[in-house]
Design a protein around this ligand. Structure first.
Ligand SMILES: C[S@@+](CC[C@H](N)C(=O)[O-])C[C@H]1O[C@@H](n2cnc3c(N)ncnc32)[C@H](O)[C@@H]1O
Ligand SMILES: [Zn+2]
Length: 293
């Protein structure tokens, strides 16, 4: 436990970066939404509101009401479990597939990663774009880890469900990987030739583990509903594909796989996870690429 805390609290950097190639952030004070300008080491709007960088290198744009959120973002255990899981390379194949949708011809591509978690996907998907990449998450442990791992990028602690703290049409690439999808807001912030990349767990993702704790694993295909919802909000699905692989994992990895998913966390709290030493598990995701109609 002590070791984990040290992992999150060491390597502080003195100020959060706010880069010139960045998308235009806006103020999160209720009814304000004025552009935020980086001045004297803080972010300020012309209505007199300002935000200081957290000492760990991210910007905290949350408002008091976000602290009361029923969904405060992932807790430390879930963030660390996901971090270890990704660090073992389980998403390497997924990244390769997702990168096919990222244009390499846009030098200053403004990127917004919604529910970016520990931030691992940022440098994997957008190497060379640190100064125009912005990750948003509502979890403090996630933002601390992300800012430590890729300090050149911009990290924002904010509630993506309360309106994105970003000006209209100021993002060239919105990414939502197993994270938040505030559809009307995605439409608002996406620039005209911009694209939005969405990944959600496929119906057989981790099915073997889910079958082990439930009598039957639940099968849920979310794709049609997502495409429909995006379409209703003016975003059309240009391409859809699946990524799928099977991996052999040991006890520690199985525990992490449970810990990083919401339902499994609930199950583990109820101590319903049987002891499994090794398992061959399916990793699968539905991937969708959207742009303006
Ligand atoms: C399943 S994790 C995915 C993280 C990352 N995209 C990845 O694939 O590794 C979902 C993330 O959404 C974040 N989250 C949950 N509610 C949020 C909200 N209202 N606003 C912003 N982030 C939120 C959680 O803290 C968590 O990091
Ligand atoms: Zn303001």
């Amino acid at each position: 436990m002590r070791l984990r805390r040290e992992l999150l609290t060491s390597f502080y950097i003195s100020a959060g970066p706010y880069n010139s190639g960045m998308l235009q952030l806006c103020c999160t004070v209720r009814n304000c939404s004025h552009p935020l300008v980086h001045t004297e080491g803080r972010l300020a709007c012309d209505a007199g509101h300002h935000f200081d960088p957290a000492k760990e290198g991210y910007w905290n744009l949350t408002q008091p009401q976000d602290k009361k959120s029923a969904n405060p973002g992932d807790n430390r255990d879930a963030v660390l479990a996901r971090h270890r899981w990704l660090g073992r390379g389980h998403a390497a194949g997924l990244v390769t597939v997702l990168k096919l949708w990222i244009p390499d011809s846009t030098p200053q591509m403004r990127i917004l990663d919604l529910g970016c978690g520990d931030g691992s996907f940022g440098p994997w998907m957008f190497p060379g774009h640190a100064t125009s990449y912005c990750g948003i998450d509502l979890s403090k442990p996630a933002m601390k880890l992300a800012a430590r791992n890729w300090p050149e990028a911009t990290w924002i602690l904010a509630n993506a469900d309360r309106g994105l703290p970003v000006m209209d049409s100021s993002v060239d690439c919105v990414v939502s990987l197993f994270g938040r999808r505030p559809v009307a807001e995605i439409k608002r912030v996406l620039s005209e030739p911009g694209r939005c990349i969405v990944a959600v767990p496929a119906e057989d993702d981790l099915i073997e583990l889910r079958e082990a704790v439930q009598k039957e694993g639940t099968h849920r295909n979310r794709v049609d509903a997502i495409i429909q919802e995006m379409d209703t909000n003016g975003l059309v699905c240009a391409e859809q594909k699946q990524w799928r692989t099977q991996v052999e994992i040991g006890a520690d990895e199985i525990e992490d796989a449970f810990a990083m998913t919401y339902r499994a966390r609930r199950w583990s709290e109820q101590k319903r996870i049987p002891s499994i030493n090794t398992a061959k598990v399916t990793l699968a995701a539905d991937l969708m690429l959207f742009h303006h109609k």
